[in-house]
Unconditional design. Structure first.
Length: 272
């Protein structure tokens, strides 16, 4: 965990410094302030996280992708594995990508023509308490095969963001501003990869260890994980708990009788 640095100097001392020293001090403070802001990122989603007993932990990303999508998942895996608390590994999936059923202890990543669902990308996590037990990330080729979205920049952006949600991350921004991270909502070429705020947020989420782990197939099933609903359909996502200012990002929660949950993070396609 990066530690914040606090610099305190008396007004009298500062007033006696020569101009050159003040310039150096100002530059140093700018670095410190920027570093502290990075270390206090705040885009965790309710502190949901995978239970694990050591860091860095390894999370399997199961690839149920067509040939053209596989390099984007590999880039995403490499990017997120730069975190000090998380490693990811891409494994060969065995799921039907049209249904993309989740598997306990890992993340299933799929692409298919899911139809005019309204969503471009969909990430879903299943929860037992605050612990993630399984996840999926889906890319809708019904929209990605159109000229607007069929670009390396958009594919990197959406793949990186949807997989990022399966770690417990929310969005850094929902207005469309280009912050230079895949966790914003921008079609900027600079928004294809995680940034320092994303890595700092992962450190905050995963700073503690758990007595048990959900990063394995031995995780106990819950009502949420046993649910066989069509999770591509928004009628099965439960209630909407968040909508961005521009209406393009949404989050839904579906709660089951035993307290377990399904959380769905949605990027809606732009039909304008």
């Amino acid at each position: 965990m990066k530690k914040k640095i606090i610099v305190i100097m008396s007004q009298t001392l500062v007033s006696r410094l020569p101009a050159r020293s003040l310039l150096v001090l100002g530059a140093a403070l700018a670095v410190v302030i920027g570093f502290s802001a990075t270390a206090s990122a705040t885009h965790s989603w309710n502190n949901y996280h995978w239970a694990r007993q050591s860091n860095p932990f390894n999370l399997k990303l199961s690839s149920n992708l067509s040939t053209d999508w596989r390099p984007y998942l590999q880039t995403t895996s490499t990017d997120w594995s730069a975190s000090s608390v998380l490693d990811t590994s891409v494994i060969q999936g065995v799921k039907n990508p049209k249904t993309c059923r989740a598997t306990l202890g890992q993340v299933e990543v799929c692409n298919a023509r899911y139809g005019q669902t309204g969503w471009l990308g969909l990430a879903q996590i299943w929860l037992s308490g605050s612990h993630i037990t399984q996840g999926t990330a889906k890319m809708n080729d019904t929209y990605f095969l159109t000229a607007k979205y069929n670009t390396p920049e958009e594919k990197n952006h959406v793949m990186c963001q949807e997989v990022g949600h399966t770690f417990g991350l929310g969005h850094q921004d929902e207005t469309g501003a280009a912050l230079g991270t895949c966790m914003d909502y921008s079609m900027s070429a600079g928004s294809q990869h995680p940034d320092a705020h994303d890595y700092a947020m992962l450190e905050q989420i995963y700073t503690h260890l758990d007595p048990t782990t959900t990063v394995s197939a031995a995780t106990n099933a819950t009502q949420a994980t046993r649910d066989q609903s069509d999770n591509n359909n928004n009628l099965n996502w439960g209630r909407r708990v968040f909508q961005s200012q521009n209406g393009r990002l949404e989050v839904y929660e579906k709660q089951f009788r035993d307290g377990s949950k399904l959380v769905s993070f949605v990027i809606l396609a732009d039909h304008s």
